[in-house]
Each structure stands twice: as structure tokens, then as C-alpha cells.
Design a protein around this ligand. Structure first.
Ligand code: SAM
Length: 212
């Protein structure tokens, strides 16, 4: 994502009532944070928040956390969040996923969405890809036993890498499609900002579900 540093964004994010400040304090206690027993779904690299904003409105009985590294991007998600009707099931974290093990306890997350994750094309940066073996190992530590990682991308290189990494890490892959928008799996699909942009350019969207 091309980043424009927006002056004051860090302060605005730090003051937002929709951002969980010091999220590590809620590790193992997200049910208490939300005040209910609903399952927790997270999106890592949430960007401008369109996906989770739509999903949280459709599914009031699921709790959602959007994790985004950069304040200037998250600010856009918070603007959308402000415009939503009263809604208690969606919050955001300004957080680097590299430290994600500080956020969740064993089995605490039921689903992880990875949408159009940064490809990190250089081999030496492969460990930074959010679908690398290293990240799958982290997810394994807090994803519920019947939980899933759902990954969408238009980047074929990153998608093939993901399938290889999943195999090497002993994860199962299912419902693979190389053209989601023209597949049987399109029903109920919610488009992200990047998905809208890339599909408008004619790029097919790839999607896979990873389970253990
Ligand atoms: N998911 C959105 C979409 O599909 O429109 C945004 C996709 S954008 C290419 C990737 C996003 O992931 C960026 O906003 C970037 O800042 C965020 N990101 C990348 N690495 C991250 C990390 N380690 N932790 C949290 N967010 C990250």
C-alpha cells in the first residue's frame, strides 16, 4: 500500500474510542472486552476497513478486530467506523502482526482473514509475508482447533507461495479458486478496497481456506 503520512494520524488513532489502546492487556480476555461469548474473527492488514465494516454489520453475533500497522491507513477505517450505526462488535488495533502472539491466547480466535496481504517480493523478505510458515506457526498458537485462515489475493506468486507454505507447515487447503468472482464461492463474498481496485482492472482474485 502506498503510504501518505497524514499529520496527526497517530494522535487521532491514540484517542479513538474505536481503537483498543494497549491491546496486549486483553490477551486471554477478549470475551470480557466485548462483554459476550461470541466468536472472535480478526483481519490482519485491515487497511481502510471496508471489509470488516460490512462484515460486522451483517454479523452482529460475531466479534471483529481489525489489525493495521499504520496510523495513517487506520485513520480511514476509523472514519468509516464513526459513520456506522451503534455497533459494539468491531474494534481496531494499531499493531504490527509480527508481535501477534502478545495479543491472543490458545484457541481465542475462530477465524483469521488475510486480504491482499503485502507480497514482499524479495526472497530475503519471505518471512514477512503474512502467509509464510513463520506466520502460520504463530496462528497455530491462538487459532481455535476448528478455526480457519481465509486468504484472498490477486497476486499469483504470493498465492502459490501460500499453498506451498501451508503444505510444508502441515495445514490443509480447501475451496481453492483462482477466479473467485467467477466461481461457485462468490456468494456472500465481501469485496475489500484492494479487491475492488484489482478486479476492476480485470485481475482474477484467488482465494483459499487454510485449516489444520
Ligand atoms: N486488506 C486491505 C484490502 O484488501 O483492501 C488492505 C490491503 S494492503 C495491500 C495491506 C495492508 O496490510 C496495509 O494496510 C498494510 O499497512 C497492512 N500490513 C502489512 N503488514 C502488516 C503487519 N505486519 N501488521 C499489520 N498490518 C500490516
Amino acid at each position: 500500500m502506498r503510504l501518505r503520512n497524514i499529520s496527526g494520524s497517530r494522535e487521532q488513532v491514540a484517542e479513538s474510542r474505536f481503537v483498543v489502546q494497549e491491546p496486549e492487556c486483553h490477551k486471554g480476555a477478549w470475551k470480557e472486552f466485548f462483554g459476550n461469548e461470541h466468536p472472535l474473527h480478526i483481519e490482519i492488514g485491515t487497511g481502510k476497513g471496508k471489509f470488516l465494516t460490512a462484515l460486522s454489520t451483517l454479523n452482529p453475533d460475531i466479534n471483529y478486530l481489525g489489525i493495521e500497522k499504520y496510523s495513517s491507513v487506520l485513520l480511514r477505517a476509523l472514519q468509516k467506523r464513526e459513520e456506522m450505526e451503534e455497533c459494539r462488535n468491531l474494534y481496531f488495533l494499531r499493531f504490527d502482526a509480527e508481535e501477534i502472539l502478545n495479543l491472543f491466547d490458545r484457541g481465542e480466535v475462530a477465524r483469521i482473514y488475510l486480504n491482499f496481504s503485502d507480497p514482499w517480493p524479495k526472497d530475503r523478505h519471505a518471512k514477512r509475508r503474512l502467509t509464510s510458515k513463520e506466520y502460520l506457526k504463530r496462528y497455530d498458537q491462538f487459532l481455535a482447533a476448528d478455526g480457519a485462515v481465509i486468504f484472498k489475493s490477486d497476486n499469483r506468486g504470493l498465492f502459490d507461495f501460500t499453498l506451498e507454505q501451508a503444505k510444508e507447515a502441515g495445514w490443509r487447503t480447501s475451496e481453492i479458486t483462482y477466479d473467485l468472482h467467477r466461481s461457485e464461492y462468490i456468494q456472500g463474498n465481501i469485496m475489500t478496497e484492494y479487491e475492488e481496485k484489482f478486479s476492476a482492472l480485470g485481475n482474477p482474485i484467488h482465494r483459499v481456506i487454510l485449516t489444520r
